[in-house]
Design a protein around this ligand. Structure first.
Ligand code: BG6
Length: 492
């Protein structure tokens, strides 16, 4: 048994996102957001279920009756959060991350007044966490831009979204002042290029080809959306300092991308890897260092794609940088100059790595690489010297309850190996605030929109075809994680 040292107030816990668990997608005044028109953000790609209304000159929701939008009912967390959070507290959770669904608070996104019913739901949820001894960690938008802001305004390419977001942020910061200490702005903002619709709310507007909603999206539009999101992120930091100076406003990136290795020592592969990683560091370079780096200014100039900025934007970015870096880590990838890098919700995809023998099951097959986790922590801390918060790490497995309690040694092993490497990163000098397992209760997959891919220590009876009675039961790993938390990670 390995002895590891974790800080005294280490925030052990788990993380979910509103759109993957709450369900109740149109309840109590909520209107659709981007994920509501997708069956998995990777599977649906850049073809959301929306269509152009020529008469009104807006995009409209156009759900496909043949498709299962499992996220619409999720795991019914909206009505069962007390039961679920109680189970989390049984495991000893010190922190629980979820998102506030923006479209519950401002259903269209551009209203003058917030939706009180939406706020009341989060009042109860946040109070329940606090009563159970858990620190709420709240994402402001986990791929959850209200659909009306995309359909009628063209999404984050439109500068008006900065103001709408700021208003929403100020509303929830004021409401939860003194209750929520850890906030995150945009989930995995560095996926803007891979999944512009979900990550950056980008849609071509007005469309030139309504049958292919994203056909006209180009790099310039995405950088423009990113610029607006960066300013909005800084204004969220500003609002946090003004409204609740005790609270912390973090960034959130998919940093499996940082664990990208060159195929070999060919200098072209090494430099190619560096340039690939820098495409992802770009986001934290701006939000944590407070300025656009020279490498991006050069790229914009040579391609003539610089975003439009207003006077004062650069000062805002410089003045209000984030307090900590939150990130997801699932796996690593291998770069080769001969292969085009792809990515999905787990991170980058390049060549397969002959040194990694294990992976998650078919069809996902995400390679398991705990050492990459240490590398990501070290690189981030060396580069920014800001507290780190791994807020997503986990493994999706296929499981069913037919033989009684689910035994999940593969999950326990994945957890153990990653915690051991995180302990080494702490030993290396990284300041790490806590560790949040992704999906401590089974939820709808973000990438593929299915239930079959289960991350939980807690099973939920719901299936890909939408059947299931939604009952919850503990898997074997429930006790394992509980023991880890009890011993503050000394007994892994
Ligand atoms: C991250 C997302 O990219 O990966 C989560 O922030 C997501 O929302 C997680 O669920 C795992 O991906 P997937 O596709 O297995 O659900």
């Amino acid at each position: 048994m390995q002895k590891n040292k974790f800080p005294k107030d280490f925030l052990w816990g788990g993380a979910v996102a509103a759109n993957q668990c709450e369900g109740a997608w149109l309840e109590d005044g909520k209107l659709p957001n981007v994920t509501d028109v997708l069956v998995g953000i990777i599977r649906s790609g850049n073809n959301p279920s929306i269509k152009w209304n020529e008469e009104k000159q807006i995009w409209e929701m156009n759900l496909d009756p043949e498709k299962q939008y499992l996220s619409h009912d999720g795991i019914d967390f909206y009505h069962r959060f007390k039961e679920d959070l109680t189970l989390m507290s049984e495991m000893g959770f010190k922190a629980f991350r979820t998102s506030i669904s923006w479209a519950r608070i401002f259903p269209r996104g551009d209203e003058e007044e917030p939706n009180e019913k939406g706020l009341q739901f989060y009042d109860q949820m946040i109070d329940t966490m606090i009563d159970l001894g858990m620190e709420p960690v709240i994402t402001l938008s986990h791929y959850e831009t209200p659909l009306a802001l995309i359909a009628e305004y063209g999404g984050w390419t439109n500068r008006k979204l900065i103001g709408f977001f700021e208003k929403y942020v100020r509303t929830v910061l004021t409401r939860y002042k003194g209750k929520v200490k850890y906030w995150l702005t945009f989930n995995e903002i560095n996926n803007a290029f891979k999944i512009p619709f979900a990550a950056a709310g980008v849609v071509s507007f007005p469309p030139t080809n309504p049958d292919e909603p994203m056909a006209d999206v180009d790099e310039k539009m995405i950088y423009q959306a990113c610029h607006h999101m960066f300013v909005a992120n800084s204004l969220a930091v500003k609002a946090c300092r003004e409204i609740d100076p005790e609270a912390h406003m973090g960034v959130m990136c998919s940093f499996s991308h940082i664990a990208t290795y060159p195929e070999n020592s060919d200098p072209e592969n090494v430099v190619g890897t560096h340039l690939f990683k820098r495409k992802h560091y770009f986001y934290t370079d701006v939000m944590c260092r407070g300025h656009y780096p020279k490498y991006i200014l050069n790229e914009w100039e040579s391609k003539e794609i610089a975003p439009v900025m207003e006077q004062g934007d650069e000062e805002t970015l410089a003045k209000y940088t984030n307090d900590y870096i939150a990130f997801s880590y699932y796996r690593s990838s291998v770069y080769s100059k001969n292969v085009e890098m792809k990515s999905d919700t787990g991170g980058a995809i390049g060549l397969s790595n002959p040194y990694l023998k294990e992976s998650s099951p078919e069809p996902w097959k995400w390679p398991i690489d705990p050492v990459g986790f240490r590398l990501v922590c070290d690189e981030l801390y060396d580069r920014y010297e800001l507290p780190l918060f791994p807020v997503e790490n986990g493994i999706g497995l296929k499981e069913d309850e037919t033989d009684g309690m689910i035994e999940d040694p593969a999950r326990e092993k994945y957890l153990r190996m990653h915690l051991e490497e995180m302990a080494k990163a702490i030993e290396d000098g990284c300041e790490i605030l806590g560790y949040l397992w992704w999906g401590p209760i089974d939820i709808v997959s973000a990438g593929t929109g299915e239930m079959k891919k289960r991350y939980g220590f807690i099973y939920v009876d719901r299936f890909n075809d939408g059947t299931g009675d939604l009952h919850r039961s503990k898997k074997k790993s429930f006790e394992y994680y509980k023991r880890i938390i009890e011993t503050n990670g000394e007994e892994i």
